[in-house]
Design a binder for this molecule. Structure first.
Ligand code: 17E
Ligand code: FE2
Length: 425
């Protein structure tokens, strides 16, 4: 049945329009559209913000919901998180992974996320996490597009058999090749691991997404290797560098040269403000560095920068509900993106920008495009970020797949009892 959405404020505009959804696509957009002839429904969105689907470019679905298992991360550092996870990996089963990932993907869909890229730890001779995530990829087909990254959490060369496991994981269905050069045993191994990732990706025609320089060590310099390999092999557009937090600690002369080379390479950059705001700076005794990549400089250089969530309740980050708007909210603070246009841009950093990195539809809401969209219970992008507003409605292929009835709050004062919406009257 056709659906006419009235009074939708499309992202980047400030006046309401009507959107006609027919046959799974957007059939018309305009002011006061006439109702279609055939059987149809009409829903008035009352001036709510409508965006393209949210895209999650970086999460570890194999680890979600494992916080505290088998023990807590007492120091809160990345490295203790990796050690705790290695213990938990011993008891993984494909069903255990699938059950946890299925739960969080359902949460993500409720927030409007319709494409997800998940890293999957392949440092396991039985590749149990991959088996579990392949099962949920199948289950969510047509609803949430799930890309799987072969991710060597313990290192390609630091883990016995790591290189072979990477190849097997790619052969067994990973869409993307990952890496962790800053965690390899030596700098030389780190460089070799990046080259191995590029070799595999070329051999199997896969995309690349490397955890790169996720450390406060200003000597961690593997992003330059990624940029160089991308340039030399002509792989622009197919390569993403994730985390890259060491960039926040580089001297200005080096950073200047590096940003230029990243630009030449056209790397997609993914920053993960939730995890890295708590993981980095753990060895500083004050002032504590923020430990994040140079988001504003990368955006100013014209690069595609997207925001990732990274973790939901795992050894690295005990919080999270899977909502990219929480990541965007923290980005506004941690990255000081509080200017009016920066606040608006945060919405692009969780929708169209990650879509480009993943190579999924990033064309926005347009006539003839897919009827995949998200309605925020907010009149503007800034209000959506400020209130981390619920998703009123989520549509995929013309079908409503999630709805949230926002809470109502009433307050009683001597002036009487009234409802508050946390919007400027
Ligand atoms: N593994 C890693 O190396 N870094 C992270 N931030 C997470 C897992 C969450
Ligand atoms: Fe990560």
């Amino acid at each position: 049945m056709d659906l006419l959405l009235r009074n939708a404020v499309l992202l980047g505009t400030d006046h309401p329009v009507d959107v006609l959804v027919a046959g799974g696509t957007v059939a018309a957009i305009g002011a006061d559209l006439p109702a279609p002839d055939g059987e149809h429904e009409v829903e008035d969105l009352g001036g709510r913000l409508v965006t393209p689907p949210l895209v999650e470019p970086h999460i570890h679905l194999d680890a979600v919901l494992t916080v505290g298992q088998p023990r807590q991360n007492e120091t809160g550092s990345l490295f203790e998180g990796i050690a705790v996870w290695a213990e938990r990996v011993k008891t993984l089963t494909p069903d255990d992974v699938a059950a946890r990932a299925r739960e969080v993907m359902t949460w993500q869909l409720a927030w409007g996320v319709q494409s997800v890229r998940s890293h999957v730890d392949v440092c396991d001779p039985d590749l149990r996490a991959l088996a579990g995530l392949k099962q949920v990829r199948e289950e969510f087909a047509g609803l949430v597009d799930l890309q799987l990254v072969a991710f060597p959490q313990q290192g390609v060369y630091g883990f016995a058999g790591g290189a072979d496991l990477m190849r097997r994981a790619v052969e067994e269905g990973c869409d993307v090749v990952g890496g962790i050069p800053h965690y390899e045993l030596t700098r030389e191994d780190g460089v070799a691991s990046v080259q191995y990732v590029f070799d595999l990706a070329q051999e199997y025609d896969r995309l690349i997404d490397i955890h790169c320089d996720e450390t406060d060590d200003d000597h961690a310099r593997f992003v330059e290797v990624m940029a160089a390999e991308t340039i030399k092999r002509g792989m622009t557009g197919r390569v993403t560098a994730s985390h890259t937090t060491a960039m926040g600690s580089y001297n200005a002369a080096y950073a200047y040269r590096l940003v230029n080379n990243i630009k030449r390479a056209g790397l997609h950059m993914v920053t993960n403000p939730l995890d890295n705001s708590v993981l980095q700076g753990r060895f500083d005794v004050g002032p504590v560095r923020r430990g994040q990549t140079r988001v504003k400089e990368l955006v100013a250089a014209g690069l595609n920068v997207a925001i990732g969530h990274d973790s939901v309740m795992d050894p690295w980050y005990p919080l999270g509900v899977g909502d990219p708007l929480q990541s965007a909210f923290v980005m506004a603070h941690y990255g000081q993106m509080s200017g009016a246009s920066e606040l608006e841009y945060l919405l692009e950093m969780v929708t169209t920008n990650p879509a480009k990195a993943l190579g999924v539809d990033s064309g926005g809401i347009r006539v003839g495009g897919p009827a995949d969209l998200v309605v925020f219970d907010a009149p503007t992008a800034t209000d959506a970020v400020r209130r981390i507003s619920p998703r009123w409605l989520v549509m995929r292929g013309g079908e409503v797949v999630a709805r949230t009835a926002p809470a109502t709050t009433t307050v009683t004062t001597p002036a009487g009892t009234r409802e508050v919406t946390f919007l400027r009257p």
